[in-house]
Design a protein around this ligand. Structure first.
Ligand code: ADP
Ligand code: MG
Length: 669
């Protein structure tokens, strides 16, 4: 039993107290069959008047229950002999389940049933249902929680003025939610809108804010190189650029530049939709570090993207006489040693690479700035090793700039990103033509083939993205190879290229260079090209099995075109039948090209945990509060957290300890 609790992540009494019900069931009422409505959760009581094992539409045990006002069928798809015995004709049964429209009339599938007498009393209160695990029954969890309520510390952690006057206390709220009183309203309990749930949601949000803000404050206690504003390199680079910065770019450049000139490390997230021009902003930040005698490191999640940054930097920096080093996991030993030496000696002023940049052997001479591109794509470990690299001597750390093309809705940036400052590029460079998005069913492939042929023969370039096959990398590779073969045969007159994650990096580079220079007209690719790739002449994007991809992935892929003056299109091929979520996703991507709107919809569809991916598992996940429903509490929590840390650090810590003692996906920061 204890091992069951352990599996749930419950380590102590506080963990038990905060192991909250998932939902409640109402066993306080018995409904008449004639008053039932489809879709409602109900409890009925009556006599089994018929029982049979039926084979149509599939094998099931079907019991017909009558309560004198009507009949309802109880259906079980998997059943034991003991259930057949328990539902014998003539038995009086209480059944609890969702009322559905069944094969024969009203039915409940897999209802909870028990034999009763006419005199058996109904429950007086709502019954909580807890998250559980194999071997731990609901009644035993309930017993443990009750024990915790009687023996645990349920005192207040924070000063009373933290809460509004009518707010129920921690103890009262817990009692109410674990043991609902007879008058508790099922609806309010289920949608967590009553004051008791709201009180706990508020506490949870405060704990999250405290944890994030504490982290933020701790980094501020570290030293960082003071990087004065650039007077030479930045003006020099800007004068050679073929474009001027947009207003939004100028604004964020200023914000970043100011951060860099402070004696503590910048911890800033730069958000900007696909194609908004984040790379040049990072470049300018790097130049500020370099002009002050420091090095900058730029990390990208894929080799293709890192390579592209490298080429771009070489090109931009050539007139400035700045040495750039390249590091990746797959480069040859000789190159690697040379890069490592240049980084260690300080000859290389900028190092660009994949996460290979942050392995232990990499020693910087004087690292002043770390830029992480497409930050949301990095796993936790990589992010943490980066954090440690920055803090290796515990007293000073380099400035950090994280960049992300996944716009983060406000409630999320206020919560899960509260340990960062945020800058937003909310404007695209001028002259971009909108991308026309088309949804085409797989049955109309021929039309797409013709369209690609027409576009490419007129000098345009196109991507053809192969389906994502999550279950198997081998299968995914095979599909890419097959697609490539097939398209090569289909388009004998076009130069078709192929790029996928399993290729050697030199091969990848050669293909990408060929596509960039226009030698390759049609590039068959796996989702390795999802982020960052910038080939402005490409104007057509075909995505196969678009229904398998996530919203932000589709948005990112689509963002590979529409970067030049040519009119661009994105064709999403889907296979029917579509699941409901897939249909919802495709509808959104079809209707909107605004990354912010798409992210908001994505968040809504998937919830914050999945939206953020594992990236955020170093931070406390919210289990009670809902960022949409409790947005008002979030604002208040934010306002109180900094004040608590400043004025009531002991209480703040006590509060954090209580809430961080919960288990599950919660990992301590
Ligand atoms: P992202 O924000 O997606 O990383 P990039 O930095 O790759 O975008 O920029 C996309 C393209 O826009 C690049 O070709 C870049 O050179 C170009 N670009 C960036 N800023 C401007 C600007 N102010 N005006 C015109 N083009 C720009
Ligand atoms: Mg980019």
């Amino acid at each position: 039993m204890l091992s069951g609790l352990y599996k749930l992540g419950i380590r102590d009494v506080q963990g038990l107290l905060l192991h909250m019900p998932l939902r409640y069931v109402d066993e306080t009422r018995i409904s008449e069959v004639r008053e039932l409505r489809i879709g409602e959760q109900a409890q009925v009581e009556g006599e089994i008047i018929h029982l049979e094992v039926s084979y149509k539409p599939r094998k099931s045990l079907i019991a017909r229950l009558s309560d004198g006002t009507g009949d309802i069928f109880l259906r079980f798809l998997n059943f034991y002999p003991s259930q057949i015995a328990a539902l014998k004709e003539g038995t009086r049964i209480r059944a609890l389940g969702e009322v559905r429209h069944g094969y024969f009339g009203y039915e409940m599938v897999h209802p909870q049933t028990r034999a009763v007498r006419e005199t058996t009393a109904v429950k007086q209160t709502l019954t909580p249902v807890y998250p559980t695990t194999a071997g731990l029954s609901q009644p035993s969890i309930r017993k443990w929680v009750t024990w915790a309520l009687n023996n645990g510390d349920v005192s207040e952690t924070l000063p009373t003025q933290t809460y509004a006057k009518q707010t129920p206390s921690f103890q009262v709220s817990l009692q109410y939610l674990h043991n609902p009183p007879p008058e508790a309203n099922l609806q309010a309990m289920e949608n967590r809108s009553n004051p008791e749930w709201r009180r706990l949601a508020f506490d949870e949000l405060i704990s999250q804010q405290l944890s994030m803000r504490q982290h933020y404050a701790k980094r501020r206690e570290l030293g960082a190189p003071v990087l004065k504003h650039s007077t030479i390199l930045i003006p020099q680079l800007l004068s050679t650029l073929p474009f001027g910065l947009t207003n939004a770019q100028q604004r964020v450049v200023k914000e970043i530049s100011q951060d860099l000139s402070r004696p503590y490390p910048m911890q800033r997230l730069l958000q900007g939709d696909v194609g908004s021009g984040k790379t040049i902003v990072a470049m300018l930040a790097a130049l500020q570090a370099i002009e002050n005698g420091y090095q900058a490191a730029i990390m990208a999640p894929t080799e293709i993207l890192a390579e592209q940054h490298y080429q771009k930097m070489l090109y931009w920096l050539a007139p400035l006489d700045i040495q750039v080093a390249w590091l990746s996991g797959s480069q040859g030993k000789k190159d690697r040693v040379a890069s490592l030496e240049a980084i260690a000696s300080g000859d290389a002023r900028i190092a660009i690479g994949t996460h290979a940049l942050f392995q232990a052997q990499v020693q910087f001479n004087k690292l002043g700035l770390v830029v992480v591109d497409e930050q949301h794509r990095f796993g936790v470990e990589q992010r943490l090793s980066l954090r440690q690299k920055g803090q290796s001597d515990e007293v000073s750390a380099p400035h950090q700039l994280m960049m992300s093309a996944t716009p983060i809705p406000r409630t999320l940036s206020m919560s899960y990103f509260a340990d960062l400052d945020v800058s937003v590029i909310d404007e695209l460079p001028p002259g971009r033509t909108p991308i026309a998005t088309k949804l085409v069913s797989d049955a109309r492939r021929e039309e797409i083939v013709e369209r690609v042929r027409a576009a490419c023969s007129q000098g345009a370039q196109a991507y053809w993205v192969c389906p994502l096959i999550e279950e198997s990398e081998v299968l995914q590779l095979q599909t890419a190879l097959d697609t490539f073969d097939h398209l090569q045969q289909t388009f004998p007159d076009l130069k078709v290229g192929l790029v996928h994650g399993r290729m050697k990096s030199a091969e990848k580079q050669a293909v990408m260079a060929g596509f960039s220079q226009g030698d390759i007209q049609l590039l068959v690719a796996t989702t390795v090209i999802e982020v960052g790739v910038d080939v402005p002449n490409s104007s057509l994007m075909v995505i196969e099995h678009a229904e398998r991809m996530g919203l932000s992935q589709l948005h990112q892929l689509r963002g590979r075109v529409g970067r030049g003056a040519a009119k661009s299109a994105c064709i999403l091929i889907y296979q029917t039948p579509l699941s409901e979520t897939a249909r919802a996703r495709l509808k959104i991507i079809y209707e909107s090209s605004d990354g912010f709107e798409i992210a908001q919809a994505d968040l809504h569809l998937r919830g914050p945990g999945e939206f953020l991916g594992i990236r955020q598992s170093g931070t406390p996940m919210l289990k009670i509060a809902d960022l949409e429903r409790d947005a008002d509490l979030l604002e208040q929590a934010q306002a109180v957290a900094d004040n608590l840390l400043k004025r009531h650090p002991v209480e703040a810590q006590k509060h954090l300890d209580r809430w961080l003692s919960r288990g599950d996906e919660l990992v301590k920061v």
